[in-house]
Design a protein. Structure first.
Length: 414
């Protein structure tokens, strides 16, 4: 109990029914100290089949995707579509503060496990429902994938080249991760409300809505300049501005700005290049106040050619150090290995090692991104194996006998 008191959510319990659309929600609450019980269907959650896998060995117990989003959780198996499964779930709800679910709207209601049913069992329970398009509206019954949600949320349009289709910039669950964060925020807000009223409520998270909230880089352009942001590239002039440049040991992010930012960013870069003898007469004599949409492809080629040679003569570290010294907005493109070796992240203690006895090794995880001086969040345990805590929760906590547990397993309830 003393250990629980030292965490933000130590006294609280979460029942996590989510698939990949909401796994991060439960992880956040778990890292804050809540007792998160991940409930999977018998045999394991389909998200366990998402790669990459430990040592590239496809196995539901070796999914690194599953590992990353299910730390700080215990795990049980339960078929809530069975009569006995629903009864066991209702018992668990009586002990819970939160329920996280990602089923299509109305699915749990048909099982008698919707919010209106659960609040009769536990009026204080908070249900976080994360669905593709929310609990209402003409799209409420539509399904989605991450790429569909990202596209329909409006944040795919500005990514890619203007003469090609827009692109989804992440291999994994970017839209779903945003929705999971919003679900955790909603859960904590509802908990605050419960302190005042004693009542729970249902949180309605739409994945599409979560993506819409990520378009501030698009809407700000309209608010400030009445300009609709488009994908960079050819446009009508055939101009394409390079934004990622190869260097000796990887890539750096830099591009020549147009408009008011041109003098503030481009001139320091050219002066830096000039100090190392890498800027030719065209660069040093160019009128940067005119750089922008009217710059011709020929002019751009004359600007970028010496720039590319300059970058290739340096490492990422050298370029970053020079950028800081010269006031240039250039940044190294970090690889996972770079991040593990980052002195800044090491000083912040961002990484945590978790023991995996089943693999005979330790695995390094990114830790929580927020810190509290009095009760810092932390990863408390590795992701659970399939049904790892069935006996601990059903027998030790709910009072199910060993014989009943065996019968439930044989019947496919757990």
């Amino acid at each position: 109990m003393q250990e629980k008191a030292e965490t933000v959510l130590g006294p609280y319990r979460v029942l996590d029914l989510a698939d990949e659309k909401g796994l991060l929600c439960g992880k956040i609450l778990g890292d804050l100290g809540a007792d998160v019980i991940k409930i999977e269907r018998p045999g394991g959650d389909p998200a366990r089949n998402l790669g990459p896998f430990y040592h590239d060995e496809p196995d539901p117990e070796k999914s690194l995707f599953w590992f990353a989003l299910n730390t700080s959780k215990r795990g049980i198996t339960l078929n809530i579509e069975s009569v006995d499964g629903r009864e066991l779930f209702r018992k668990l709800v009586g002990t819970a503060d939160f329920v996280i679910e990602t089923f299509q709207p109305g699915y749990l209601d048909k099982l008698g496990l919707g919010y209106s049913d659960l609040e009769k069992i536990n009026p204080r329970v908070i249900m976080v429902s994360i669905t593709p398009f929310g609990q209402s509206g003409p799209y409420r019954d539509f399904k989605t994938s991450d790429i569909v949600a990202w596209a329909m949320g409006g944040d795919m349009a500005p990514f890619g080249d203007i003469d090609r289709p827009p692109i989804h910039f992440s291999h994994h669950s970017q839209a779903f991760l945003h929705a999971g964060c919003d679900g955790a925020q909603g859960a904590l807000t509802a908990l605050y409300h419960r302190w005042d009223t004693g009542e729970g409520q249902q949180i309605d998270v739409s994945v599409q809505d979560s993506v819409v909230q990520c378009t501030e880089h698009i809407t700000s352009g309209w608010d400030l300049q009445k300009m609709i942001q488009k994908r960079p590239g050819a446009g009508g002039s055939g101009r394409r501005i390079t934004q990622l440049w190869p260097c000796k040991d990887g890539y750096v992010s830099w591009f020549y700005w147009g408009g008011p930012m041109s003098l503030r960013t481009n001139v320091p870069m050219v002066k830096w290049m000039e100090s190392e003898g890498a800027a030719d007469d065209f660069l040093t004599q160019y009128d940067w106040s005119k750089f922008g949409f009217e710059t011709t492809p020929e002019e751009l080629a004359s600007i970028e050619e010496p720039t590319a040679k300059f970058f290739m003569a340096h490492t990422k570290a050298e370029l970053f150090e020079g950028a800081l010294k010269n006031g240039v907005q250039l940044y190294p493109v970090s690889t996972p290995a770079d991040m593990l070796a980052s002195p800044q992240l090491e000083a912040r203690g961002i990484f945590a090692e978790m023991e995996h006895p089943e693999l005979g090794t330790n695995i390094t995880y990114p830790g929580p991104t927020t810190g509290y001086s009095e009760s810092p969040p932390k990863i408390s345990r590795r992701a659970p194996l399939i049904g790892e805590h069935n006996r601990e929760i059903y027998v030790d906590e709910l009072g199910v006998s060993e014989e009943e547990l065996l019968v439930l397993k044989q019947a496919g309830v757990i």
